[in-house]
Write a protein that binds this ligand. Structure first.
Ligand code: PMP
Length: 457
């Protein structure tokens, strides 16, 4: 068993160090180049709020492996549950010889997802696979085929979910033709919509597009991330989501909340849908569900979930017993350790600090998000024009200074802060100090400091 990780940022070598460089060489000659990496370093161990690399550098984790290790890496209950399960059996296939863990995860999700109606759950492996299955279920229920997704949406990299994802490069370009019957509606994006476009108007705009270009008679499902992930952590204006839900209900259209990134305690609630007072027909979960093990789910109204015929849903590995054991450990951790509150607290550490930075720096166009899902949208000074170069520069400077920082957004100009809920306030503050320093150093009004020299000095 590895020694407990010291919770500190420590750079023993330049980033990347010699072992990471060597592994990167091997990666380049062994791994398909389409599989990119954000960080130039290879991981050796991770936990709490840090990732230790193979050269002994300890990095502050603001990414949680893209919002997956919400309860922290190798969280004790997940480790114990996984260890115990692998000793008994690693796989039987739930469709062949079922096991209790799968049923327990389904029961937990039926309980935790919004609404107290009767629910059923089906388990899968990845977020994209679960989104695809939610669409299959909605089509089986409604006997209709069209699907509406939104501007800036991200739903995955499989064929149907590529069609549903908005951004061409890098997710779709060159990989078509895409699945048919997928239509796109405008989102509520308060920073870019302007004040007069409140949530209800934005919903009206979207519904107009849907009614004119698709027609409720053809539409099986509206699929939306209640807070968008890759698209830029866009929080829709109040009233937008409830109006869409009402329209769906009135028109026999299944409302599917893709909570793959925003769900499972990330925003300070079990599901981001709760912040908007909506009860989706189907909820898609993945990422944070199983503490880093691959597991995803579709949970929703029994009459909809049960519309698919027997044998129509499933897959060899879906709801793998080790992943289910991990999920039960993760859910218990969130409940017993009060992690919903912890997510709120982390938001209280990040937001005021970032708002102060914004007040002094007009390149910070918008600071938004809920709980431990916070974004900083960067723009050219005194405009709202996206500045992806600045986002790239800030993120790579942060990496060299020992902070794992991710970007996102249709324009690539958004920094996203997704710390594990196991990070200490002190480490999070330190990461914010690094971010503030980098922003000051990249400010052309300040004396220029070369980030390359700075980082490797
Ligand atoms: N939906 C959303 C909202 C996501 O953020 C992601 C992953 N970033 C997916 C779907 C796809 O999940 P996966 O990568 O597990 O297929």
């Amino acid at each position: 068993m590895p020694a407990p990780l010291e919770q500190r940022r420590a750079l023993l070598t330049p980033i990347p160090g010699p072992r990471s460089r060597e592994l990167m060489e091997r990666k380049l000659s062994a791994v398909a180049s389409g599989v990119g990496t954000t960080m130039p370093v290879f991981a050796a161990q991770a936990g709490g709020g840090v990732v230790l690399d193979v050269d002994g550098n300890s990095l502050i984790d603001l990414g949680s492996g893209i919002a997956v290790t919400t309860i922290g890496n190798s969280a004790p209950r997940v480790v114990a549950a996984v260890q115990e399960q692998v000793e008994y059996f690693t796989h039987t296939c739930f469709m062949i010889t079922p096991y209790a863990g799968y049923v327990q995860v389904a029961e937990a999700l039926n309980e935790l997802t919004p609404g107290d109606h009767d629910k059923r759950t089906a388990l899968f492996n990845s977020g994209a696979e679960a989104v695809e299955n939610a669409v299959k279920i909605a089509r089986a229920y409604t006997h209709k085929s069209a699907v509406v997704a939104f501007d800036h949406a991200y739903h995955g990299r499989t064929n149907l979910t590529m069609a549903m994802t908005a951004k061409s490069m890098p997710y779709k370009s060159g990989f078509g033709p895409f699945a048919p019957e997928v239509y796109r509606a405008p989102l509520s994006y308060p920073y870019r919509d302007g004040k007069e476009m409140d949530g209800e108007r934005a919903a009206r705009r979207a519904i107009d597009v849907i009614e004119k270009q698709v027609g409720a008679a053809n539409l099986a499902a509206v699929v939306i991330e209640p807070i968008q992930g890759e698209g830029g952590f866009i929080v829709p204006a109040d009233g937008f989501l409830p109006a869409l839900v009402s329209w769906c209900r009135a028109n026999n259209v299944v409302f599917i909340a893709d909570e793959v990134q925003s769900g499972i305690a990330r925003t300070g609630a079990w599901f981001a849908s709760e912040h908007f007072g909506i009860v989706p027909d189907l909820v898609v979960t993945a990422k944070g569900l199983a503490g880093g093990m691959p597991l995803s789910a579709v949970t929703g109204r029994t009459e909809i979930m049960d519309a698919a015929h027997g044998g129509g849903l499933g897959g060899t590995y879906g709801g793998n017993p080790v992943a289910c054991a991990a999920a039960l450990g993760a859910i218990e951790t969130i409940t017993d350790e009060g992690l919903l509150d912890r997510a709120v607290e982390l938001g209280r550490v990040m937001l005021p600090r970032l708002h102060r930075l914004q007040a002094e720096d007009s390149r910070i166009g918008d600071v938004r998000g809920l709980g431990a899902m916070i974004a900083v949208e960067l723009v050219h000074r005194d405009t709202t024009d996206p500045d992806p170069d600045l986002a790239r520069l800030v993120a790579s400077a942060a990496h060299r200074q020992g902070v794992i920082l991710l970007t996102c957004g249709t324009y690539g100009n958004v920094l996203r802060l997704l710390p594990p809920l196991s990070i200490s306030d002190a480490l999070l503050e330190e990461a914010l100090d690094v971010l503030a320093d980098i922003l000051a150093e990249t400010d052309e009004r300040q004396p220029q400091v070369s980030i390359d020299q700075e980082a490797t000095a």
